[in-house]
Structure formats: structure tokens, C-alpha cells
Design a protein around this ligand. Structure first.
Ligand code: HSE
Length: 430
């Protein structure tokens, strides 16, 4: 029977989960897969500052990456997170011919091309299923189970923290700041929540997801990104009256060689399966030209769910020892050259505008939108009047319109004397 040895870099939430699954499930894995996988080393920053050191035999721990690089371990599992020192540790291991399995979406989305070049050079493997959707088996579904298809769309909820906050705002009618504080107390949001609430985490994941789905490198800097910090309970009130939920969606669409990639709050009809994804759960929709729609749902983070994806990668790597697969698109720092980035994507828009309550206001707003080819589908006045009796908050739902047209229309609307403020602009998907 083939024997494989593993080193784990980092022994926090994910690292301890990987150790647990590899050791507690070792007999079953060996029985089913006919391979034996042993954890030989665990890298920590220091023995005194490591809170989880009691969870594994003391002799497994070390503090030097060079010791791991020089050892005979076959597979190195990186679960430290962040770019430094993860990037240099991964490169050292790949250059030494050791296969890397990682759950680190930030380092993969920023340095993927470097890692892949280093892996190809030494024939090492590079696996990162856990970087998108945590325990949801999304990446291998794309590369192994849907490879007969041209994938034309990826769309999903790929950040659990923001989905928890948006679920609470929707169901309990609460404001963003209040729910964020609660999420931090419960451990669902970090003390510094920027990466989640400003959409960076979802952008890292969409970069990996869309690159694999569309077979073209889509770096993070080409992704349109908006977070959830501007959403208010009035946005949820308007969305509900129109029959929608608001979710932070990651969206990628491909038509010919044109690709659009965006992360922003999005209204989805409450009959859509993504509308019922509550709390910290994730869900991802894929559309293939042959299979049509596929949706995967599950836990996007956490100790054992993430370890599920990481350990599956370890097993996959063992089975492909000496014949690892790499991406066949040109994986470079920049976007794949023959792709055209579609920044002028089309969408439905929900515009909440505070206007002067006098005859002719609606006509002026509609005329300005029409001048920019933005056609109205629904107009809704919220029940509550603003404090000032002369102002009303009106919600306009458009038909499909182009991003540049809508931005130009908003510019003109801001200049109208009857418009006090554009309170919110939320895109919608059907
Ligand atoms: N913070 C992320 C989330 C998990 O809330 O989904 C790690 O990417």
C-alpha cells in the first residue's frame, strides 16, 4: 500500500480540523482508498503561544519551515491564511517538489500564477478546493464533473459573515451596525470585519471561481466590488414590498470572449433558491451549456467543513502523485489576453430616490431615466413620509439596463432640483 506523509502549516481552526479528520478518519480512508496518510509535522509560530498544542502529540510540532522543506513529507497543507508568510512558505515547498494543499483564498487569488509555475517546474501538485465555498465541493465539480460544459454563468453567496448579517437585517428589520456588533460577539464576524463586509473575501473567491469556470485568469483587480456597509433597513423594506431578498452575490457571466465579474449587494426574487440561503450558509449556482443550472449548498467556513475539502484534496493529490493536473489557461498575473472585460454589464436596477413632493416630479425623473435608455418596470412609494413633509422616498425598479447608462442617468438625476438624494442603488437578478 502506498504511504504518504503530510505537514500542516498553522494549527488554528482549519489546521486542527485537518489534523482531526486525517487522524480520526485514517482507518476508513486507508480502507476505502488503499493509501495510508500520516501527519508527520505541524508548523506553529512558537510552542508557548500556540493554544491548540495539546491537540496533537508534542513531537509533531516544529517552528521552522526549513525543517519541513528538508523533511521527507510529500504533501504540505497550508492553513495559516493571509499572504505573508504563506506565499514564501508555499513557494519554498513547491520548489522542493512538495505538493501544496491550501484553504487560503487570499494568497491563491493574488499569487496563483507564481504557484502554478513553481508547481509545474518540479511536478508538484497544487490544490485549493477549500478556498471557495469552504466545505462545498465546487471547484472539482467544475473541473471534473462539469468538464463537458461551457460554463456561461457562476452566481452565488460565497461569504457567510455577510449572509448572516443580511439575513438578520431582513428577518428582524435591524440596522447594519447593530447586527454587525452582534455577529462579532457571536464570533461570526472578525474583530476587524473589513475583508468580509467590504466584499474583499468574496472577490478573492470569485477570482478563483470565475477563472476556473471560464478557463481564463480573472484577477481580483478586474472584479467590480461593493460591500454591504451602505445597506439600511429601508432597503430591505422596499425589497420586501417588491418581492425580493437582498444578498451579497458574486456574479460571473461569459458570452463569447466577453466576461463580467462583480461582487455587490443584489436583490433576488424571494422565489429564487438563493433567496432562501440563510445565516452563514453559502450556495453557488453554475450554468453549463449542456447541463443547464446546478446549485451547490453548504457550509462555507468552519473547522470540519473546511477540513472536509482540504482532506479530500490531500486524498486526490495522493491518487495523482506524479501526474498532477494544472490549469491549461495562460495563468499569469494579468487577465488572460484574449478576454474582453465587460464593465458595461446589464442588470435590473432598484433605485431609491428622495424627491420633492410636488406635481411633475415623477415625470421629470422618468424622463431623465428615459433619456439614458433606462425603462421603468415598477414604482413604489414607501409608507413612511420623511421628517420633512415636502420630501418622499420613491423606489424605482427598472427593466434590464446597462451599467454605464444607469450611472449617467444618476449623474443627471443628482442635478435635478426636485431630487434631494439618491438613497440607494441596488442591482437585481432574476
Ligand atoms: N470569512 C469568510 C466567510 C470565511 O464569512 O465566509 C472565510 O473565507
Amino acid at each position: 500500500m502506498k504511504q504518504f506523509s503530510v505537514a500542516i502549516l498553522g494549527f488554528g481552526t482549519v489546521g486542527t480540523g485537518v489534523y482531526r479528520v486525517l487522524t480520526e478518519n485514517a482507518a476508513d480512508i486507508t480502507h476505502r482508498e488503499q493509501i495510508a496518510i500520516e501527519v508527520k509535522r505541524i508548523l506553529v509560530k512558537g510552542f508557548d503561544c500556540e493554544p491548540n498544542i495539546g491537540l496533537a502529540p508534542r513531537e509533531l510540532f516544529c517552528t521552522s519551515i526549513d525543517e519541513i522543506v528538508a523533511s521527507d513529507v510529500d504533501i504540505v497543507v497550508e492553513c495559516m491564511g493571509g499572504v505573508n508568510p504563506a506565499r514564501s512558505f508555499i513557494l519554498k515547498c513547491l520548489e522542493a517538489g512538495k505538493t501544496i494543499v491550501t484553504s487560503n483564498k487570499e494568497v491563491i487569488s493574488k499569487h496563483w500564477y507564481e504557484f502554478e509555475a513553481a508547481a509545474k517546474k518540479t511536478g508538484a501538485g497544487l490544490y485549493y478546493e477549500a478556498t471557495v465555498g469552504g466545505g462545498i465541493p465546487i471547484l472539482r465539480t467544475i473541473t471534473d464533473s462539469m468538464q463537458a460544459n461551457n460554463i456561461t454563468r457562476v452566481m452565488g453567496i460565497i461569504n457567510g459573515t455577510t449572509n448572516y448579517i443580511l439575513t438578520k437585517m431582513s428577518e428582524e428589520g435591524r440596522e447594519f451596525g447593530d447586527v454587525l456588533k452582534e455577529a462579532q460577539l457571536l464570533g461570526y464576524a472578525e474583530a476587524n470585519p473589513t475583508a468580509d463586509i467590504e466584499g474583499f473575501d468574496a472577490t478573492y473567491k470569485l477570482s478563483i471561481l470565475s477563472s476556473m469556470a471560464f478557463h481564463a485568469h480573472m484577477p481580483i483587480d478586474v472584479i467590480h466590488r461593493e460591500g454591504i456597509t451602505g445597506l439600511t433597513k429601508d432597503d430591505f423594506k422596499a425589497a420586501k414590498q417588491l418581492g425580493y431578498e437582498i444578498k451579497l452575490l458574486a456574479i460571473g457571466k461569459k458570452e463569447g470572449n466577453r466576461i463580467e465579474v462583480r461582487v455587490h449587494p443584489t436583490m433576488v426574487p424571494n422565489t429564487h433558491p438563493l433567496a432562501s440561503v440563510r445565516g452563514v450558509f453559502n450556495a453557488i449556482f453554475l450554468t453549463g451549456h449542456a447541463v443547464d443550472d446546478v446549485m451547490l449548498y453548504g457550509r462555507g467556513a468552519g473547522c470540519l467543513p473546511t477540513a472536509s475539502a482540504v482532506v479530500s484534496d490531500v486524498i486526490y493529490a495522493c491518487h495523482h502523485d506524479g501526474e498532477h493536473r494544472y490549469m491549461t489557461f495562460k495563468n499569469e498575473a494579468e487577465m488572460t489576453p484574449d478576454i474582453e472585460l465587460n464593465k458595461n454589464f446589464s442588470s435590473i436596477y432598484c433605485l431609491r430616490i428622495s424627491v420633492l413632493d410636488r406635481p411633475g416630479t415623477l415625470a421629470e425623473v422618468a424622463k431623465t431615466l428615459a433619456k439614458h435608455n433606462v425603462s421603468l418596470k415598477d414604482v413604489l412609494q414607501l409608507g413612511d413620509d420623511a421628517a420633512d413633509n415636502n420630501s418622499k422616498s420613491i423606489t424605482f425598479m427598472t427593466h434590464e439596463a446597462h451599467e454605464f447608462d444607469v450611472q449617467a442617468a444618476l449623474e443627471d438625476l443628482r442635478a435635478l432640483p426636485c431630487v434631494f438624494a439618491i438613497e440607494s442603488v441596488i442591482r437585481a437578478e432574476n
